[in-house]
Write a protein that binds this ligand. Sequence first.
Ligand SMILES: NC(=O)c1ccc[n+]([C@@H]2O[C@H](COP(=O)([O-])OP(=O)(O)OC[C@H]3O[C@@H](n4cnc5c(N)ncnc54)[C@H](OP(=O)(O)O)[C@@H]3O)[C@@H](O)[C@H]2O)c1
Length: 252
Amino acid sequence: MPSSLKGKVAIVTGGGRGIGKAIARRLAEAGAGVAIASRKLENLQATAAEFASLPGKIVPIACHVGRLDQLENLVRETEAQLGPVNILVNNSATNVHQGSALDITDDMLDKMVEINVKSILRLVRLTVPKMIARKSGGSIINIASIAGLEPQAGGLLYSFTKAGVLMITRSLAREFGQFGVRVNAIAPGLIQTDFSAYFWKNEEHRRHLEANQPISRIGQPEEIAGMALYLASEDASFVTGQTFVIDGGATA
Ligand SMILES: NC(=O)c1ccc[n+]([C@@H]2O[C@H](COP(=O)([O-])OP(=O)(O)OC[C@H]3O[C@@H](n4cnc5c(N)ncnc54)[C@H](OP(=O)(O)O)[C@@H]3O)[C@@H](O)[C@H]2O)c1
């Protein structure tokens, strides 16, 4: 069992469903106060109600991660309701295009960068200076993807933003290590969530996956959450700048 997170405060973007929800649960089970943030408040409230009996308090906060004023409000509200932020899980993401690179428009490009990349740097800017000033250390966990390691058919935009997340992770780790702020990434393979339904609902894609992956099934959000808990905890005190692949061996 990783070290307790009692007294720690986390923000998990996209914490109302899928991988973010599983991570929020594990952090709250370990005692952290957790702000879960995304666009759909009802979804977040339902998750907070479901997790109400966990040791750590869950606070739902509506936030479009592409809007700076909403990110500022997220951090302000988290600090007001739970206290200073120690753990930041950048999990929200989108994918607006699948297909030929020649069909990618400027708007698609801007949107993908805004949601998948810019939001991470903005939240880092809003939280890390305070971690440094408090000399309290901190843990930033970025949810990337194996698509950021290898190009996927028709997935240029998504792969490019997730590759960006991996390089942001390594660069920030180099800069913030001296202040005790660790920065790591998790790169999941195919996990059964709404986000990836396009792939796992497709019979042909599913069969291809099962034939080529050593653990020949789709992963579940809970199988990502344990790594996030580890990275958030003191057990990972010497771990920074790394990418942890959890993909059933797909990239092995
Ligand atoms: N599932 C997979 O196979 C897989 C594989 C590799 C990596 N990942 C990564 O895992 C992370 C979580 O995805 P998931 O699979 O758990 O998908 P999911 O269940 O669909 O969750 C996506 C989350 O992102 C939030 N979100 C989307 N746009 C947002 C915005 N503009 N502002 C704020 N929040 C926003 C959604 O909440 P709202 O709709 O309420 O805003 C939702 O909570 C993503 O970074 C994804 O790239 C997933």
